[in-house]
Design a protein around this ligand. Structure first.
Ligand SMILES: N=c1c2ncn([C@@H]3O[C@H](COP(=O)(O)OP(=O)(O)OP(=O)(O)O)[C@@H](O)[C@H]3O)c2ncn1[C@@H]1O[C@H](COP(=O)(O)O)[C@@H](O)[C@H]1O
Length: 108
């Protein structure tokens, strides 16, 4: 397994374990208790990653990507969506070009 997949799996398990934890001592528990705040943070971190990418700032993009992925995992956990469900979506798309998929959509 890649280093990224291992870290992602560990972080997802840590976040899952924070369900019901004391919000006074866990930022994750605070977000899990307030899904709207978790979703807002996800949006903020996405925008910060967009800015870093647009500016070509490699260091900032790596750091903002880590923030984004952490908050994305929290939003998934808050909504009860597992990483397996996301993996299944990605697997179903393997081998299908994004251009071909877009062209196959019903015309309005
Ligand atoms: N990976 C992360 C992680 N990345 C970012 N953050 C936090 O995300 C928060 C949001 O960052 P911002 O820059 O937006 O800070 P801010 O403006 O003060 O945030 P707000 O007040 O707007 O919410 C900061 O408090 C960061 O510390 C994270 N907090 C936790 N984790 C992981 O989650 C684990 C469990 O954390 P706790 O639940 O806090 O124990 C940790 O051991 C880490 O592995």
């Amino acid at each position: 397994m890649s280093r990224f997949a291992e870290v992602l799996g560990r972080l997802a398990a840590t976040i899952e374990a924070r369900k019901g934890a004391d919000a006074a001592s866990s930022y994750t528990a605070q977000l899990l208790a307030d899904p709207a705040r978790a979703a807002k943070k996800l949006g903020e971190e996405a925008v910060e990653a967009v800015i870093a990418a647009a500016q070509g700032d490699r260091e900032a993009l790596a750091a903002e990507s880590a923030d984004l992925i952490y908050h994305w995992l929290v939003a998934l956990a808050a909504a009860g969506v597992s990483l397996d469900e996301v993996a299944a979506k990605l697997e179903a798309r393997e081998g299908t070009s994004g251009l071909a998929e877009k062209a196959s959509r019903p015309k309005p």
